[in-house]
Design a protein around this ligand. Structure first.
Ligand code: TXA
Ligand code: MG
Length: 322
């Protein structure tokens, strides 16, 4: 069911076309194989979470063919540009602020106002990114909780039938994921050690702070920080009705008439709903606030497939504020 595409002109072209059609295509980078989707297509990005069976929406890295393109979507000041000049293409991911009107799906940022960007060093990955002509969101191409794949065969063992194709880029050179560096604060913070060593980074930046695994103040696992994407209006979960002073986040047939309504998925499709979730919350929050409403009523979404990730996010959005 899942095609293995050879590292030929034809293979590349088919991989690029599938990505442009919103399909999932795994491809090799110098670090590990990534499970790619058009980063500007929220529904395609939602497909990544479904294929990986990720229980929550962790933010994803957007891959670019050049630093110039990456910095059109993420705001880079001098230090970030120095790092890019020194380490790209290569196994370094920079977490930057999203530009206003960033076309990358909010779901790829897990609703945060930051964007992780990387220019990979593998020639085939670069050729693919150039042909796609859009950023490609790609986590490691393994099922959630499993080991990252470093060959096309590894990818197939986990993803057979769940994705359109895997582009055979040979074995990965680096084999561990990229170093993730948060550049959004006063000082750079190492979020994940990886292919670029701390020593090499410090040679350019001077001392780099490390994020402790359990340091809740650092967005290592941004999903843990509800306040990052919690709307201003309180959220009421599993709503079976909607009050006159509430906005409604609907999933399927609305539980009542609402002055302000956002439909996650008329057809009750959790992948479609996942793709629209963060946008819906933002929209209802803004519109509800503007109209002086007192909260958002969220209809129940089934606790299965992407519904689990949706509910995780909704629960965090509804959790008491710090
Ligand atoms: O080498 C790699 O980085 C591979 C290849 C395919 O490029 N990709 C990869 O992706 O390892 P993934 O999804 O397995 O890991 C992405 C890491 C996660 O630790 C995630 O929390 C972090 O990057 N991350 C992504 N966006 C972030 C953001 N906006 N803020 C903070 N951390 C972010
Ligand atoms: Mg991973």
């Amino acid at each position: 069911m899942t095609d293995i595409l050879p590292a030929t002109e034809d293979g590349l072209q088919r991989a690029a076309e599938a990505l442009r059609r919103g399909r999932l295509v795994a491809f090799g980078t110098e670090t590990v194989y990534g499970l790619g989707a058009d980063a500007t297509d929220a529904q395609a990005v939602a497909g990544i979470f479904a294929a990986k069976r990720r229980p929550r929406f962790n933010p994803l890295i957007s891959h670019y063919a050049s630093a110039e393109e990456a910095f059109r979507h993420g705001l880079a000041e001098a230090r970030a540009r120095d790092l890019a000049a020194r380490f790209w293409p290569g196994p370094l991911t920079l977490v930057l602020r999203r530009v206003a009107d960033c076309p990358v799906a909010l779901l790829a940022s897990a609703g945060l106002d930051t964007l992780a960007v990387r220019v990979p060093a593998h020639p085939l990955a670069l050729a693919l990114l150039r042909q796609v002509g859009r950023p490609v969101a790609a986590p490691s191409a393994n099922r959630s909780g499993r080991v990252s794949p470093t060959t096309a065969r590894h990818v197939l063992a986990e993803m057979q039938g769940r994705i359109e194709a895997v582009l055979d880029c040979g074995p990965c050179r680096v084999g561990v994921e990229s170093t993730v560096l948060d550049m959004t604060g006063v000082r750079p913070v190492l979020l994940r050690p990886g292919g670029v060593t701390l020593e090499a980074l410090e040679a350019v930046l001077g001392p780099v702070a490390r994020a402790a695994e359990d340091d809740a103040a650092v967005p290592r696992a941004p999903g843990m920080l509800a306040s990052h994407y919690a709307p201003a209006l309180p959220v009421r979960l599993e709503a079976r009705d909607v009050r006159p002073d509430e906005a409604l986040l609907a999933f399927g047939r609305p539980v009542g008439p609402a002055v302000c309504l956002f439909q996650l998925s008329e057809a009750e499709d959790t992948a479609e709903a996942a793709a629209r979730l963060f946008e819906g919350l933002r929209l209802l929050d803004a519109e509800g606030t503007r109209r002086g409403l007192s909260g958002i009523a969220a209809m129940a979404v089934p606790e299965e497939g992407l519904g689990r990730a949706i509910n995780d996010r909704l629960r965090r959005a509804a959790a008491p504020r710090l």
